[in-house]
Write a protein that binds this ligand. Structure first.
Ligand code: MV4
Length: 670
């Protein structure tokens, strides 16, 4: 076994590999770019080498720098993770030349699977089932059209240079063929510089089912069951599960054996994944083979009880496979949800920012979180905006799915927009629960998954407003009780001011739509309650705030909310999802029309935090005069010009209503 390995990757997969290496007593070397100098994977590794500027092409993709780092630290092997250099044949070759073990397949396997059409030819010779079609040398439209006519429509034209869904065109009947074929060739030429086409029977409701295979250097090969990865958006996997639902033992064995044949056809070693299209009639067809550890490998680990990274290290070090096929047992059901910093309501635009709050579900034998970030980290523009992979397991699909939705609803993330609500809506949608899933799932169920929560949002506004008012009143009481003025009426602690009714006018925004919310405190005997008005609607509200947890009663409906405030971004975590608001503060600056001759007024309700001047003081323009706190933020009110303070009307700890005159001021020009 190696005594030191270098991980040529970052983020969650780097952390995940380091965890297993540590468990095995193998030392680890991380590599990092400028953006990752304080990243979690750097802290977790035993040592770390800087490899360059933040853009991947100037750091993580520079094979020579990675190999130099391995040589410098005496790492005997390099684990490439996924992406980056993991399927780069040249890098694999250079490792061998430098006598550094590449933890992955032989370079010949990487090259063989690098071309989709070459892969198909190899699989055809190995009697691995391919989708009925034609992928021959003769590219005349007559030959390709005859193949299409013979197999029957619809057919799928695919550019052999394409991949990942690019360069595919459906042809629904014979009449459309010529035009479709010409268009597909034009698109392929412009996209890939190569218009070689293949044609296949078009499967209209296929599932994406992939088999995890493992081969050692002693001619042993096993499959570790299957994963269903049909839920994809623009060919990016969103939620994966293992095993595949509605999978019979017989079909599992047939697909597993076929996957083994595929791996053996290319002399495979290490971890590999054979992807199949599974048709509604139970027939399956080779799609492609991935020569790396996949992002979704944890669901296989959860149902097989195997650590696939440990298997990778052992096999790369020349050991035999840790288990035989007979020793592998499928137990339970697992899901993986990919949590991303992206805006699902804005075409999944990647989001960046600081993870000001990152509270996760509690990890257990049922809940696993693979992540490369911590609270306070930046989600940067340079890399895939993955925050974490949430993996859950239970003894069957129904129970595992309940664990998934519960864990998703327990996440508390603020500072960046995430896709958690989208994942929650998807995981709890009827078709998903009922296994009505194929690769078209997200398009088919678009309205279900992206339901517009405008009405739900309006129901949450009173809660956000109540939270803000309760926070101000709590802060006012605290600062007043701690004020240093012995004569302050606040000292008798019965908060006499709170007996006076007062109101707040707040402006809350969501997705650039602003809502004005009036909150008026009322009293019923000793109980305070609040009348909240939004547009023409009125809500009777009561609430008790304990840190960030609010027990709220709106028109007789009691419920819980967790709130996180980051500057004026408010995230409201509720059972039915997270709701984000921006609190629009009025401008505390002086405006032209302001009364800068008679006095300075409080622009809104707040608390006097400190008074920095006294009557008779001469002040200069922009000199701070008082600091008041409003809506959990402190604001300094400054002198609008050179002048004199004639009188001060409030002291620290006082609550002031919007519009109250704070001090009498006259400018020097007067
Ligand atoms: C297909 C197909 C239906 N019929 N081939 C998409 C990218 C590449 N992996 C192959 N893909 C497909 N090939 C035939 N003959 C449907 C897809 C497909 C798909 C496959 C797997 C996962 C997601 C997909 C999303 C759209 C289309």
């Amino acid at each position: 076994m190696f005594n030191k390995i270098l991980i040529a990757n970052r983020g969650e997969i780097a952390c995940r590999i380091i965890k297993t290496a540590k468990k095995m007593g193998v030392l680890t070397v991380a590599v990092y770019s400028d953006a990752d100098k304080d990243a979690l994977h750097v802290h977790m590794a035993d040592e770390a080498i800087y490899i360059g500027p933040s853009p991947s092409r100037e750091s993580y993709l520079l094979g020579d720098k990675v190999i130099a780092a391995a040589i410098k630290t005496g790492a005997q092997a390099i684990h490439p993770g996924y992406g980056f250099l993991s399927e780069n044949a040249d890098f694999c070759r250079t490792c061998a030349a430098k006598n550094i073990t590449f933890i992955g397949p032989p370079v010949g396997a990487i090259e063989a699977m690098g071309s989709k059409s070459a892969a198909k030819n190899i699989m055809e010779k190995a009697n691995v089932p391919l989708v009925p079609g034609y992928h021959g040398e003769d590219q005349s439209s007559a030959v390709i059209k005859k193949a299409a006519d013979d197999m029957g429509y619809p057919v799928l034209l695919k550019a052999t240079a394409g991949g990942g869904g690019k360069g595919m065109r459906q042809v629904w009947n014979e009449q459309e063929f010529e035009e479709g074929f010409a268009a597909a060739k034009r698109e392929a030429l412009s996209s890939f510089g190569d218009d070689t086409m293949l044609v296949e029977k078009y499967l209209t409701q296929p599932r994406h089912v992939e088999i995890q295979v493992f081969c050692d250097n002693h001619q042993n090969a096993v499959y570790l069951f299957e994963r269903d990865c049909s839920v994809q958006r623009r060919h990016q996997k969103v939620i994966e599960e293992a095993p595949a639902f509605k999978m019979s033992e017989e079909l599992r064995a047939k697909m597993g054996e076929s996957a083994i044949k595929s791996a053996q056809a290319i002399g495979y070693q290490g971890a590999g994944t054979v992807e199949f299209l599974l048709d509604v009639d139970g027939s399956f067809y080779f799609m492609e083979m991935n020569t790396r550890l996949q992002v979704e490998h944890p669901v296989t680990e959860m149902i097989s009880g195997q650590d696939l990274v440990e298997w990778q290290l052992r096999v790369a070090a020349g050991e035999v496979l840790p288990k035989t096929q007979q020793q592998l047992v499928l137990n339970g059901h697992a899901f993986e949800a990919r949590i991303y910093a992206e805006d699902a309501n804005n075409d999944f635009l990647p989001a960046t920012g600081k993870l000001s709050l990152l509270q996760t579900p509690v990890e257990s034998e049922h809940v696993r979180i693979d992540t490369g970030v911590r609270q306070g980290d930046e989600v940067s523009v340079y890399y895939d905006p993955m925050i974490a992979k949430l993996i859950v397991w239970d003894e069957n699909r129904e129970k595992a799915l309940k664990r998934l939705s519960k864990a998703l609803s327990e996440y508390r993330i603020n500072g960046v927009t995430t896709n958690i609500d989208f994942l929650y809506n998807l995981a709890t949608s009827k078709p998903f629960v009922e296994e009505d899933i194929d690769t078209g799932f997200i398009e088919k169920n678009n309205d279900l998954i992206f339901h517009d929560n405008a009405q739900e949002l309006l129901n949450e506004l009173p809660i956000a407003a109540l939270y803000l008012v309760l926070s101000i009143e709590k802060k006012a009481l605290q600062s007043a009780l701690h004020s240093n003025d012995p004569y302050s009426p606040w000292h008798n602690a019965n908060a006499w001011r709170l007996n006076e009714p007062h109101s707040h006018v707040l402006v809350l925004a969501h997705n650039d739509v602003e809502y004005t919310v009036e909150v008026e405190q009322k009293r019923q005997g000793n109980d305070a309650y609040y009348l909240v008005k939004i547009n023409s609607e009125q809500f009777d509200c009561q609430g008790t705030l304990d840190d960030d947890n609010l027990v709220v009663n709106i028109n007789g409906h009691r419920s819980l909310a967790t709130i996180n405030c980051n500057e004026n971004n408010i995230s409201l975590y509720r059972a039915n999802g997270v709701f984000n608001f921006t609190h629009i503060l009025p401008d505390f600056g002086q405006h032209e029309g302001d009364d800068s001759h008679g006095g300075l007024t409080a622009p809104m309700n707040g608390t006097m935090v400190s008074v920095l001047v006294e009557a008779g003081d001469t002040v200069s323009k922009d000199q701070p005069l008082v600091i008041m706190e409003a809506m959990k933020m402190e604001h300094t009110i400054k002198a609008p010009s050179d002048g004199t303070i004639n009188e001060v009307f409030f002291q620290a700890g006082d609550m002031v209503d919007g519009g109250a005159e704070l001090l009498a001021f006259s400018t020097s020009e007067e």
